[in-house]
Write a protein that binds this ligand. Structure first.
Ligand SMILES: Cc1cc2nc3c(=O)[nH]c(=O)nc-3n(C[C@H](O)[C@H](O)[C@H](O)COP(=O)(O)OP(=O)(O)OC[C@H]3O[C@@H](n4cnc5c(N)ncnc54)[C@H](O)[C@@H]3O)c2cc1C
Length: 460
């Protein structure tokens, strides 16, 4: 059997791992539009540090950090461990062997100007927990009325009380996708970092998640000699159309056409999927489903400087209001590179930042740091800013469910992810957006790729 895989990110890795090891598959060709493997998992060198433009931590690790530490040779990870931690162990690469977690500094949780030239703390951990609980209640309600209008009124106190957008569902942490408002994001993120009872905090990997995924794709696309499956990885090969004939599939790319596939697995984001021409066309329900899955905004900036204020401590996360008095930055030193300061913005604020030049974003973030830390001017030697929303092969950071204001009991929005994964003749679908248990994650994407590969094998 000959199989084509479209996309070369975490979902593709999950599919390739299974198909490449199955003797019924003789050949696999992977098509990736970018010049690197990993998709949204992409690590860039910023001066001497590694900066993750995309995912930076293993969320829902399923093990404690000491259990996961890859320097502990020979320790098998328990079944519950996040698959990417298992992959890191399998890769057994010395320069990946460093994990850490971030802590929240509970005394400087969230700061706003005090009106007298100084700053005051607004939220404490308890406040954040209350915000989180309220969102949880909202979500439980929304789950029974899935097609709620896109905005709800949030009554609790704090600077962001009022009408906000509610994005539905993202893993065990409740209603949050990072496509939502600033304070919702804060609550969700703190929940992950501090880890509720019975769960483990996020794990940061050195040098970066992008390098892990890229390395794994390199290993998978270069199987050992004697392998029963021939695998070809084509970078810089954007797929334009997929045509299913009477028994074979033809794929047109920017670099020419490829013929004779028995099956195809498409692992690209819903946004990118809408730009591929299918013959026969995708069913109307699937096209409708694509309209209910948006790609949210999550903006990251990495700044390398040797004079980051000492009061920004290692392994500690901070939140500070933006100069506009409304929006909020999360920031911290990269836990593995103390001279790399990372700023993160989410929701509508991130959407606004995505429309700005990267220099403007850098200046806005550094102005906040300057104002917050006694007029410090950072000695910036290198920096990078993400802009996933304007990357046509992705279209945003990660998926969220769009409630479109229709009848409240219409279940369609919550079915959209399931419809995204339905098979279209000999074409299977995968990607973070259709792993309903943990979409918007590297493990969700990987599991979705495995599911598509197993469904394909079940057809043989
Ligand atoms: C800023 C940011 C921070 C994140 N943080 C975390 C985190 O900390 N932890 C976590 O678990 N998750 C995080 N995520 C989410 C995680 O990155 C994604 O869920 C996951 O990487 C998605 O993998 P995927 O394979 O489904 O899709 P992708 O990574 O998008 O892979 C699809 C690939 O298809 C390619 N492609 C698209 N169109 C075409 C075409 N026409 N032809 C050929 N190739 C094409 C794309 O270039 C891409 O490489 C983050 C994401 C972002 C953007």
């Amino acid at each position: 059997m000959r199989v084509a895989i479209i996309g070369g990110g975490c979902a593709a890795a999950g599919a390739l791992e299974i198909l490449g090891a199955n003797p019924k598959i003789q050949e696999i060709v992977v098509f990736e539009a970018a010049s690197h493997w990993g998709g949204r998992a992409w690590t860039r060198k910023v001066d001497e540090a590694y900066f993750d433009m995309g995912p930076q931590f293993v969320q829902d690790p399923g093990v404690t950090i000491s259990d996961a530490d890859p320097t502990l040779k020979g320790t098998d990870l328990p079944e519950t461990a996040n698959p990417w931690l298992k992959i890191i162990k399998k890769l057994n690469t010395a320069n990946l062997s460093n994990f850490t977690c971030l802590q929240i500094d509970p005394t400087t949780y969230y700061r706003v100007p005090d009106g007298a030239g100084g700053w005051q703390d607004v939220f404490t951990t308890n406040d954040i927990n209350q915000v989180n609980n309220t969102i949880d209640t909202d979500f439980q309600f929304a789950a029974t009325k899935p097609n709620l209008p896109a905005s709800v009124t949030y009554q609790s106190g704090g600077p962001f009380a009022g009408t906000v957008h509610l994005a539905l569902g993202s893993n065990g942490y409740g209603p949050i996708a990072e496509s939502v408002e600033t304070w919702q994001y804060i609550a969700a993120d703190s929940d992950r970092q501090v880890a509720p009872a019975g769960e483990q905090p996020n794990i940061y990997v050195a040098p970066g998640i992008g390098d892990v995924v890229g390395l794994y794709m390199n290993v998978l696309t270069n199987p050992a000699e004697g392998s029963s499956c021939a695998i070809t990885g084509n970078l810089k090969t954007k797929v334009l159309s997929i045509q299913q004939g009477s028994n074979q599939i033809k794929i047109d790319t920017e670099n020419g056409s490829f013929y004779g596939f028995d099956f195809c697995i498409v692992t690209i984001s819903p946004y990118a999927l809408a730009n591929i021409a299918f013959t026969p066309p995708l069913p109307a329900e699937k096209i409708k489903a694509l309209k209910y899955i948006g790609l949210g905004n999550y903006k990251k900036i990495g700044i390398y400087a040797d004079n980051i204020p000492e009061s920004i401590k290692m392994n500690t996360e901070y939140y500070t209001i933006d100069l506009d008095g409304q929006s909020c930055w999360q920031y911290f030193r990269n836990p593995h590179f103390k001279n790399l300061l990372i700023g993160v913005a989410s929701g509508n604020f991130a959407r606004t930042l995505e429309t700005m030049d990267k220099e403007q974003v850098r200046d806005r973030f550094t102005a906040v740091i300057k104002s917050r830390y006694g007029d410090v001017t950072l000695n910036i030697t290198d920096w990078a800013v993400t802009n996933w929303a304007n990357e046509p092969r992705i279209g945003g950071a990660y998926s969220y469910t769009i409630a479109d204001g229709g009848p409240a009991d219409d279940p369609f929005p919550l079915q959209a992810r399931d419809l995204l994964q339905t098979t279209h003749q000999n074409i299977f679908f995968a990607g973070e957006a259709d792993w309903t248990e943990a979409y918007g994650t590297i493990h969700g994407a990987y599991y979705s790729g495995q599911r598509a590969a197993n469904a394909l094998l079940n057809r043989l």
